[in-house]
Design a protein around this ligand. Structure first.
Ligand SMILES: [Zn+2]
Length: 324
């Protein structure tokens, strides 16, 4: 069955409710404001498509007659997520509930080309009828709408039509977004977040923004270029060509001083956007989380629970999320 035919609004509503714990057809009908007949039809279609399965009879709320419980079918659909970092390619395969089924890391040689990345993707991604597509997270700037990327820190990558080339090479639908947007999507998948920033400190530095519960990409997909806001006039030269960017000043510092640079920039961001949650992530933070946590301003701050696969998981959720 063609999974792309199952993306109607009501299908997505039912899948979302089952994912958030609605057990029976009756409770789905009640929460979705649909008739029991309509829900029965949708559920039958989703079971036939392999996305839902029945798990046996339960008593909803402990009362009334037993009702057949539903859950997302593991193996019903898969999505791939990839992170093109400045020195490696990380790829994960996600199951329907967002769980990681398999993961791989391939080193990328200095000055790697788009062709090198496509070749590595081809080796890591296995298309199949249950594979919905591939999400790719990569540094900005890029245009989310057409998937054309010109990432900072990747020499020779200018106006690369990454989405079109990956779709052609892999024969799968592909979506391309900033690594930091993928990161914030992954965090919001696990818990409710309203006004939050995921601060990503890896080979580059940036934030993913969630404002009013929605991912904020900005007018030209450029939101979150936090690493390239100026923190020190006449500071060190940055990969973006300017001086004194947060990314460059942070990279020139070490230990407590580096954490203080980041904390100062994060405090500015919190002031600007009135954020109430900050999630720290990326390999530099994961290397010494306590150091960064201690330096942060007075808001709710945590370290990502995803570890090193935060961006590829979020990129896969860009694709998988369309089902919900
Ligand atoms: Zn910069």
């Amino acid at each position: 069955m063609d999974l792309t035919s199952l993306r109607s609004h009501n299908d997505r509503t039912v899948l979302r409710l089952v994912r958030s714990g609605a057990l029976s057809r009756a409770s789905i009908a009640e929460q979705a404001g649909l008739t029991p007949q309509a829900v029965s039809k949708i559920v039958a279609r989703l079971i036939a498509a392999g996305l839902l399965e029945e798990t046996g009879a339960v008593r909803d709320g402990g009362r009334g007659k037993p009702r057949m419980a539903l859950r997302l079918a593991p193996g019903g659909a898969f999505a791939y997520g990839a992170y093109v970092d400045r020195d490696e390619l990380r790829v994960v395969r996600l199951g329907l509930t967002g769980e990681v089924v398999s993961a791989s890391v391939v080193p990328l040689a200095p000055m790697f080309t788009p062709e090198d990345v496509l070749t590595a993707l081809e080796a890591s991604v296995e298309p199949g009828e249950r594979v919905l597509g591939l999400g790719i997270g990569i540094a900005g700037p890029l245009d989310f709408r057409d998937g054309v990327v010109s990432p900072h820190g990747l020499p020779g990558w200018s106006a690369v039509p990454l989405r079109a080339r990956a779709e052609q090479r892999l024969g799968l639908p592909v979506v391309v977004d900033k690594d930091t947007n993928a990161a914030v999507l992954a965090e919001a998948w696990r818990r409710p977040l309203e006004d939050a920033a995921v601060v990503f400190v890896g080979t580059g530095l940036g934030v993913g923004l969630l404002l009013g519960g929605e991912l904020h990409r900005g007018a030209r997909s450029g939101a979150g270029e936090f690493g390239h806001t100026t923190i020190q006039l006449d500071g060190p030269l940055c990969v973006c060509g300017r001086r004194g960017c947060v990314e460059a000043v942070h990279a020139a510092a070490t230990g407590v001083e580096a954490a203080r640079v980041l904390a100062t920039a994060v405090a500015n961001l919190v002031q600007l956007l009135d954020l109430d949650q900050i999630v720290l992530s990326g390999r530099e933070v994961l290397r010494s989380p306590e150091l960064y946590l201690r330096a942060m301003p007075d808001v709710a701050v945590s370290v990502t629970s995803y570890g090193s696969d935060l961006v590829p998981i979020g990129a896969g959720l860009l694709v998988l999320g369309e089902l919900f």
